[in-house]
Design a protein around this ligand. Structure first.
Ligand code: ATP
Ligand code: MG
Length: 432
């Protein structure tokens, strides 16, 4: 049984008996000396076997262990200033727990960097690389920070169905599935359900959830299966309260990532925690873009190129990487978005380093207005009766947002989205 991880093998343990376990990272045979580098989730430890003093069965085990085999080593810790970390383990017994076949499907010693497809095809092995496992350790800390921020701000975590009967937003970007004798879809977001919960009295809810999006993207920042933190809160005065919850949440997530000092060191990355999220209006954003040579017609969405340029301008001229674009034209937002004049809506996107990480808004809570907006957007209220019912018998003012976890990870670590998702689903990839 393992008694220590590699990270716990320190010179101070000199003379102590330990059992370490993990993968054979490397073997070097110098004739009189054999070095075996064992890797586990914390790093590496050198196992040093001297031909004259070591048991024959130990030497035999080292000879028969192929690279990436799983072994368990019982031995004594020895201080040695020439060993990595000034410490090594002198083996007394080595058990081969699982012999790895060869050749290996990819190299995990970082000497050769495999292409992303080979890596994703062999993800179980790719994650053995310390720089890849570091990403998922950080991801776990970031998600935990998100939950803990929301929990301590009075939100409760809910789970809503991912198999649904009709589109949440009337879009066509849904994956159809067969549900016994009916047609059904994978949910593109928990939007309608979390809003219905605002009529339940629970006031503040969130879900860490999947979004399924059937869009044929081929970009660094889109996948077809997405993870997100989806939040809704009631009894708000306007969208400002929603903005401040999102700001608090995102800052906590960035702080949690920035605190992963060891993992960021392995990844050779630094994360700067912004002090706050700046605020821009959609009209101001368009003016700033126009001043830098990018014209967007009023009422159009800001395209990828525009978002990127705006990210650069905000960084150079206002020294900020995190900012809201508020007050979007009503016509580019979904039917449930609260208008605040003929043309504008109480909606926003949160941009981080020139990429959208979240969209949100105050929602319509008046039944009549909601039905009117559906009709204006050519949606049939009859298809949404289960949702509309929740607005007939007491629905408080409310708002919320969806924040992409994958997007946050990719922007914090400045990596393409496929790097921060264990088993990404995209236009061409359905396995593993
Ligand atoms: P975009 O305009 O960037 O394609 P969107 O406006 O379609 O995104 P929303 O419906 O607003 O996305 O979803 C809320 C959040 O979920 C986004 O801000 C983003 O963080 C994340 N998200 C949505 N779609 C995707 C996707 N296909 N891949 C990765 N993340 C996504
Ligand atoms: Mg959006």
């Amino acid at each position: 049984m393992r008694t220590h991880y590699s990270g716990e093998i320190k010179p101070e343990l000199d003379g102590k008996e330990v059992t370490v376990a993990g993968w054979v990272h490397e073997i070097r045979d110098l004739g009189k000396l054999k070095f075996l580098v064992l890797r586990d989730r914390e790093g590496f430890v050198q196992i040093t076997a001297k031909k004259d003093t070591c048991d024959a069965t130990v030497l035999k085990a080292i000879d028969s262990a192929s690279r990436e085999s799983v072994i368990e080593v019982r031995g004594r810790v020895q201080k040695n200033s020439r060993a990595p970390g000034s410490v090594e383990v002198i083996p007394e017994n080595i058990s081969i727990l699982s012999l790895a076949q060869s050749p290996l499907p990819m190299d995990v010693t970082l000497k050769v960097d495999a292409d992303i497809d080979t890596r994703l095809n062999n993800r179980f092995m790719d994650v053995r690389k310390p720089d890849v496992s570091a990403i998922f350790t950080i991801r776990s800390k970031v998600v935990r920070a998100a939950r803990s921020y929301l929990d301590s701000n009075g939100f409760i975590e809910i789970h809503t169905p991912k198999i649904i009967a009709s589109a949440s937003e009337g879009g066509t970007n849904l994956f159809p599935i067969s549900y016994f004798d009916k047609e059904a879809f994978l949910a593109q977001s928990p939007q309608l359900y979390k809003q219905m919960m605002m009529a339940s009295g629970l006031d503040r809810v969130y879900e860490t959830t999947f979004y399924f999006r059937a869009e044929e993207h081929d970009t660094r920042r889109h996948l077809n299966e997405v993870t997100a933190v989806d939040v809704e809160l009631a009894f708000i005065k306007d969208e400002e309260e929603v903005l401040s919850v999102l700001e608090g949440l995102v800052l906590e997530m960035i702080k949690a990532a920035a605190a992963c000092v060891k993992e960021l060191g392995i990844l050779k990355k630094e994360i700067t925690v912004p002090e706050k999220a700046e605020r821009l209006t959609y009209d101001e954003a368009l003016e700033m873009l126009a001043a830098h040579g990018k014209k967007i017609a009023w009422g159009e969405d800001i395209d990828t190129e525009g978002e990127k340029l705006l990210g650069e301008v905000m960084k150079n001229e206002r020294s900020t990487e995190l900012y809201y674009i508020k007050d979007y034209p009503l016509k580019v937002r979904p039917f449930y978005t609260m208008p605040f004049s003929e043309k504008y809506s109480r909606s926003f996107d949160l941009e981080y380093k020139g990429v959208e990480v979240s969209s949100g808004a105050q929602r319509i809570n008046d039944y009549g207005l909601l039905v009117d907006r559906m009709k204006a957007l050519k949606l049939d209220p009859g298809n949404f009766s289960f949702y509309l019912d929740a607005f007939k018998y007491g629905m408080p003012p409310h708002g919320g947002f969806g924040l992409g976890i994958d997007r946050m990870m990719m922007q914090m670590l400045e990596l393409p989205i496929r790097e921060v998702v264990l088993f990404p689903r995209d236009r061409h990839r359905l396995t593993p």
